[in-house]
Design a protein around this ligand. Structure first.
Ligand SMILES: Cc1cc2nc3c(=O)[nH]c(=O)nc-3n(C[C@H](O)[C@H](O)[C@H](O)COP(=O)(O)OP(=O)(O)OC[C@H]3O[C@@H](n4cnc5c(N)ncnc54)[C@H](O)[C@@H]3O)c2cc1C
Length: 438
């Protein structure tokens, strides 16, 4: 089959722009045979390739990606490794589901933390916790208070913070209250993704800048790029929202585009005016109307705001110009003490969701497994999904596979254009009904 749609490759990602240059691995050339193929080198593919290599030390793994490490969604996200579910619920089933998710997420965070420290990956990996914030009293009542109760029911530690306490830690008086949870991790996601790619075991060969334009799954897996072919008896598909192009998960995935910006670093005088020196990360009570923000070790502020429906999986430079202006206005509103601080980088990235938030995980054919559709929590979900897909494919006994399978399968979506109308209407409604959280 011909691959109709390839990932957009651009060089706008701020997280990688602030790092030094990296030389990517050579693209695929000629006719190469391996024991395994992993398609896609985001968190899911990197984890799958690493685990296959550990499980099958005498076999070879070809990991292939259209772009270079750190430029994909995995390298351009907000850099939160999330360990808690967004919505918990209060029934026993829901609580058990949350515990399963936390087991999976924490296994991924431990795994990433170990790889980072063993390989000395300089990605600012830190356990600074996360502030979940509400702007309005209504947001406090409708989101933060129930969230605090859910955390209590789960037995998870948290700290309730009023406006003054949030102002002291975050340096902005835009927020009415926050729930601080100490788990998870923060990092520069491009540095982490590059580091994971550069620290792969010796029996993995990573082919970068190698878009697969044709795939054949009869008898064995046969992938074709502009310059070569990669063949193997078995494959793990880790192409996230592009998996549909390979004939799987048709009509199951929603494609969104999310936008991020990074300011330039604050000067000493600006940091003094700002009044905060410790890095922090903050997620909003409402993902549509609110803003994800971070203060980084190198004194930059991240603004991640805007989530648009994007069935074409393509974003334009014009869109990014508009986003940059919007992000600057939002920054000025929250940090009026920093009027001279400019936005240095603005970028966009594609996010893949399923309607029921289930992952695209498991066995797709006798010789193909998948770890796709991370529902915007790919640092942890991609990592545990990729690891467990490799364990499943190689028959390694791992009790977490059962936890993973309990997350269900992506439900099917209504046909277009009904889907487009429904999603756009829902987004408008979310934005309008949560405008008090902007
Ligand atoms: C702005 C933004 C902020 C976000 N914030 C967070 C956050 O803070 N925390 C969090 O956990 N998640 C966050 N996310 C979501 C997270 O980035 C994704 O869930 C995660 O990166 C998905 O990982 P993945 O490995 O499944 O897919 P990807 O990183 O998308 O990797 C899939 C790979 O498949 C490759 N591919 C596709 N088609 C082909 C082809 N034909 N040939 C070769 N290669 C192909 C692509 O090049 C790509 O590298 C955010 C996303 C965005 C865009």
């Amino acid at each position: 089959m011909k691959i109709g749609r390839l990932p957009v490759v651009d060089r706008t990602n701020g997280w990688s722009a602030i790092l030094s240059e990296r030389s990517p691995n050579a693209p695929l050339k000629g006719d190469i045979a391996a024991d395994w193929i992993v398609l896609g080198a985001g968190y899911a593919g990197l984890a799958a390739a690493r685990r296959l290599a550990e499980n099958c030390p005498d076999q070879t793994i070809g990991l292939i990606d259209a772009g270079s490490a750190g430029e994909n969604a995995s390298g351009r996200n907000s850099g939160f490794a999330i360990d808690l579910p967004h919505n918990v619920g209060s029934s026993l089933d829901e609580l058990e589901g949350s515990h399963r998710f936390m087991r999976l997420a924490r296994s991924a965070i431990d795994q990433l933390g170990e790889i980072v420290s063993e390989n000395k990956i300089a990605c600012d990996w830190s356990a600074d916790g996360r502030y979940h914030t509400a702007v309005s009293e209504r947001g406090v009542k409708e989101v933060l208070e129930p969230y605090a109760k859910e955390l209590e029911a789960l037995g998870e530690p948290f700290e309730w913070m009023d406006k003054a306490q949030v102002k002291e830690r975050i340096g902005s008086d835009h927020f009415t209250a926050a729930v601080f949870t100490p788990g998870g991790a923060l990092m520069n996601p491009a540095a982490l993704t590059r580091g994971l790619a550069d620290a792969l075991p010796d029996n993995v060969t990573l082919y970068e800048n190698s878009p697969v334009v044709e795939a054949n799954f009869e008898n064995a897996v046969h992938l074709t790029t502009g310059e070569g072919t990669l063949r193997a008896p078995k494959m793990i598909l880790a192409a996230n929202g592009y998996s549909e192009q390979f004939g799987f998960f048709k009509n199951r995935f929603l494609h969104l585009v999310a936008h991020g910006s990074l300011t330039r670093p604050l000067s000493d005088a600006e940091q003094e005016a700002y009044g905060v020196s410790a890095p922090w990360g903050l997620t909003p009570a409402n993902a549509f109307a609110g803003i994800t923000m971070r203060y980084t070790n190198d004194r930059r502020i991240l603004i991640r705001q805007g989530l648009d429906y994007c069935p074409s999986q393509v974003f334009t430079a014009e869109e990014q110009r508009r986003v940059k202006q919007r992000h600057k206005a939002l920054f000025d509103q929250r940090f009026p003490m920093l009027p001279q601080v400019e936005i240095e980088h603005t970028w966009s990235g594609i996010v893949c969701l399923s309607q029921n938030s289930a992952p695209g995980f498991g066995q797709l054919a006798s010789n193909i497994w998948s770890a796709v559709c991370q529902n915007a929590v790919g640092v942890t979900k991609g990592t545990f999904g990729g690891t467990l897909a490799a364990d499943m494919a190689t028959g390694r006994d791992n009790p977490l596979i059962e936890d993973m399978l309990s997350l269900g399968e992506p439900s099917s979506l209504p046909p277009r254009p009904f889907l487009d109308i429904g999603v756009r209407a829902r987004f408008m409604w979310e934005l309008w009904s949560n405008r008090h959280e902007a």
